[in-house]
Design a protein around this ligand. Structure first.
Ligand SMILES: C[S@@+](CC[C@H](N)C(=O)[O-])C[C@H]1O[C@@H](n2cnc3c(N)ncnc32)[C@H](O)[C@@H]1O
Length: 271
């Protein structure tokens, strides 16, 4: 086998490895490598045994001579394949949440609503293996879908999903971060304040301007500091030699994000 610095044991496809299989920009799949079985698509099939033992980044030919690239799935690849009934967070917004909340391995995070568990899965990927995400979802259907999605991604050890109304409060305290993506975040901000540790961060995803104003006012009422609001606009590029330019179509709006940090008030009991 070839040996170089980009070739190490963590990078080898083994029995049960998650695979991101790419034919082209539009046709791609997430599956698992199972010895003795085959991967099938409209361009033919290949045996998983042909790639087990090879590094991620390998290519394989189907019986119909189509070339498929095999990658290690990224959080954004998993996101694109999740079953969802409610609007899920976009990777660009999830990235901004991670950067501005400081969520990292070991973090204790509270989230609501869970929805399909898309954002939950990203948060869990970043807090593992010592951290945990406690997520609240009021609708039973969404609770069931998100539970299945989190299990499918193998993240259940890092996530506790509760079928509960977050406006009644959180069971957890001393959280490093609280992330809100639900219809009325103002109802939950007082509970977020109680559950956060001092200097802990809150992130609120909001689709409209009037909600930004309401949340801003509420965060001030609860004496949060470092309040900032961000809209991140993403433009993808057409990659075609002699015609490199932004795509003509784009998603014009996803939402706004408000971030803030919990201040310590002189005289409060220290948490
Ligand atoms: C837009 S979805 C969240 C999507 C999620 N961020 C994702 O990426 O999949 C909003 C969710 O909040 C839930 N929700 C609304 N009010 C709630 C409450 N008071 N407590 C818990 N969940 C609530 C809704 O049922 C819905 O599933």
């Amino acid at each position: 086998m070839m040996k170089d610095s980009s070739y190490n044991i963590d990078n080898i496809i083994v029995e049960g490895s998650d695979l991101y299989i790419v034919l082209d920009q539009r046709k791609n799949w997430i599956t698992k490598a199972i010895s003795g079985k085959q991967f099938h698509c409209h361009k033919g099939f290949f045996d998983y045994d042909d790639i087990i033992g090879k590094p991620y980044g390998s290519r394989v030919e189907t019986n119909k001579s189509a070339t498929l690239s095999i990658y290690k799935p990224l959080p954004s690849d998993y996101l694109s394949k999740l079953t969802h009934s409610s609007q899920i967070i976009y990777p660009k917004d999830a990235g901004l949440i991670l950067m501005n909340t400081g969520i990292a391995p070991g973090s204790k995070v509270i989230e609501t609503g869970t929805g399909s568990g898309a954002l939950t899965s990203i948060l869990a990927t970043y807090v593992k293996t010592d951290g945990h995400v406690f997520t609240y979802e009021i609708r039973e259907e969404a609770f069931n879908t998100s539970t299945k999605n989190i299990q499918r991604l193998g993240l259940e050890s890092y996530v506790t999903i509760k079928n509960k109304d977050a406006s009644l409060g959180f069971d957890e305290t001393n959280a490093d971060a609280v992330v809100l993506d639900l219809g009325d975040p103002c109802e939950v901000i007082p509970h977020a304040h109680t559950s956060l540790k001092y200097s802990g961060t809150i992130a609120v995803f909001l689709p409209t301007y009037n909600q930004v104003e309401k949340v801003y006012t509420k965060l001030q009422e609860f004496h949060f500091g470092e309040i900032k609001a961000i809209e991140l606009i993403k433009r993808e590029m057409q990659l075609k030699v002699n015609a490199i330019r932004p795509n003509t179509r784009m998603i014009g709006h996803t939402g706004f994000l408000i971030f803030a940090r919990k201040l310590y008030q002189e005289g409060e009991e220290c948490r």
